[in-house]
Write a protein that binds this ligand. Structure first.
Ligand SMILES: [Ca+2]
Ligand SMILES: [Ca+2]
Length: 503
């Protein structure tokens, strides 16, 4: 590859459509000029190195990708450094990351590089990202909505024709968490598979599409969908919404604020306070709320809702109770965790809608809480290190289970932290984690207790189960402690619980 510079093509998007005639080549700074070995010379014009009479060329950071962080206003770019060392190109294994304020994207000199602790102008120091065991061409994006909301997600294949994974971090520069398997190593037909990458732009909250390249000819597509019962399911999605005043115009009704799309909005311009109410259809424990403002839909940021609160009500008409409030907001997306509350009706109540006083809500979401998620779990004897009770409440199904193998009955106890109303429980057995279905838990009960140590009371029981996932509604009960009590662990009587959830 002869590379004298690296460029990206920029296109204008008008009314949601790409204007292909508008492209403009923009310089991109992830270009690596290695130290030229002794005796070799560099052609200053095109970064060419003369190696024993043959032309060789500098390489850019290999597999460079970029993504735009909607919240902090930067464009980030990540690539894998290639280095020329005495006659051979090799991958350094080091990833570098650069960023630039979005408005200065085309200003080559505005880019800075992460050196492990700070953003610097010095490219040579930009080699400190801890991306061990990441194959070429990872992709990265910032998730919006769902369990991963606000997290940075990296999708990658662990080598050529290998398995595809994703990692999660709280900031682009890491640290990155454990690997989560997305897709097993391709078997059979493809002789070569590479470059697994996510395509978040066409994905909805709680899911993302990804692909790999097969035999340099095809894109093989897949979709990752978060567990429907996992932490963070938006229960306002497509529910009945009403709003104050009359919509600003046709097509901007309250329903557009809960349709799952950031291309549609509820617009309210009545005088005074404005509100958007949602009837969830049933009562849920709610642990998080999300509002996507004007800027999230591509409008000017000064229109972002300024001061607003989340309210809840049992009847949806009167007696609204404040749950959480935000003042002086300028962000495009508000995402806030709250202590779980139990309600059927929620309301976004706006006292300052932004610079022109018009409410523009592209999405209003409230997430149903799995009350057991990441709470304190204990259990009877564990099969092996890495299969502790905590693995049954970590929200991860693939490769993450509690395994219990003591003789006799087995149990998994969760301290929810305080008393909650509970109406549903879910158990994901061996088959849900990819193991033989004969290992699915056969006979088990849900129990409750006021003290978590004695006086366990049966709430519900299942016998002769063969399903991978048990999902059962129960008459509402209030408890701080819940226990999965297993009397028959399946064909080999070992308990394999990938997730235990209560709602
Ligand atoms: Ca919408
Ligand atoms: Ca798990």
């Amino acid at each position: 590859m002869k590379s004298t510079t690296m460029q990206m093509l920029r296109y204008k998007i008008t009314n949601g459509a790409v204007d292909w005639s508008s492209y403009k080549a923009v310089d991109f700074p992830l270009m690596y000029y290695p130290n030229v070995p002794s005796g070799y010379t560099r052609n200053p014009d095109d970064a060419k190195i003369n190696v024993g009479g043959a032309d060789r060329y500098d390489q850019v950071s290999f597999g460079t990708m970029a993504f735009w962080d909607d919240d902090d206003g930067y464009v980030y770019a990540v690539g894998k450094k290639m280095r020329y060392t005495y006659g051979a190109w090799d991958e350094t294994g080091d990833y570098n990351m650069s960023r630039v304020p979005r408005a200065q994207f085309a200003d080559f000199n505005a880019w800075t590089f992460w050196n492990g602790s700070a953003w610097t102008k010095n490219y040579e120091q930009s080699v400190t990202l801890n991306f061990a065991n990441i194959g070429n061409m990872p992709s990265m994006f910032k998730a919006s909505g769902g369990q991963l909301n606000g997290k940075y997600v990296m999708v990658y294949m662990d080598g050529l024709s290998a398995a595809t994974y994703f990692k999660v971090a709280d900031s682009p520069s890491g640290p990155w968490g454990a690997s989560n398997l997305l897709l097993a190593k391709p078997s059979g037909s493809p002789s070569l598979a590479y470059n697994s990458a996510a395509v978040p732009f066409i994905s909805k909250a709680g899911e993302f599409y990804f692909y790999y390249i097969e035999d340099s000819k095809y894109l093989r597509w897949f979709k990752y969908t978060e567990s429907a019962e996992g932490a963070g399911t938006n229960v306002a999605l497509n529910k009945t919404a009403t709003g104050s005043g009359t919509p600003c115009s046709t097509g901007q009704e309250p329903a557009k604020g809960v349709d799952g799309l950031t291309t549609t909005k509820w617009c309210g311009n009545n005088s005074g306070d404005k509100w958007l109410k949602v009837d969830l259809g049933a009562s849920y424990n709610i642990s998080r709320w999300v509002v996507k403002h004007a800027g999230a839909g591509g409008e000017q940021i000064s229109y972002n809702t300024n001061t607003f609160k989340l309210q809840q009500s049992a009847d949806g008409n009167t007696n609204w109770t404040d749950v959480d409030s935000v003042t002086g907001n300028t962000s495009n997306v508000t995402s806030r965790n709250v202590t779980p509350f139990y309600a059927r009706y929620v309301r976004l109540y706006i006292t300052n809608a932004g610079s022109d006083g018009v409410a523009r809500i592209y999405e209003f979401e409230v997430d149903k809480a799995n009350l057991a998620y990441k709470k304190t779990a204990t259990g009877s004897a564990t099969c092996a290190t890495g299969q502790e009770p905590v693995k049954a409440v970590d929200g991860i199904v693939t490769t993450s289970k509690w395994c219990g193998n003591n003789v006799g009955d087995k149990w998994l106890k969760v301290d929810l932290g305080s008393n909650y109303n509970i109406t549903k429980w879910v158990v994901k057995h061996a088959g849900a984690g990819g193991e033989p279905t004969s290992y699915n838990t056969s006979a088990f009960k849900l129990q409750k207790s006021v003290d978590g140590s004695t006086n366990w009371i049966d709430v519900d029981s299942v016998t002769g189960n063969t399903a991978n996932i048990t999902d059962r509604n129960v008459t509402l009960f209030n408890s701080r402690y819940v226990r999965l009590y297993i009397t028959n662990g399946g064909s080999d009587n070992v308990a394999r619980i990938y997730e235990f959830e209560t709602y």
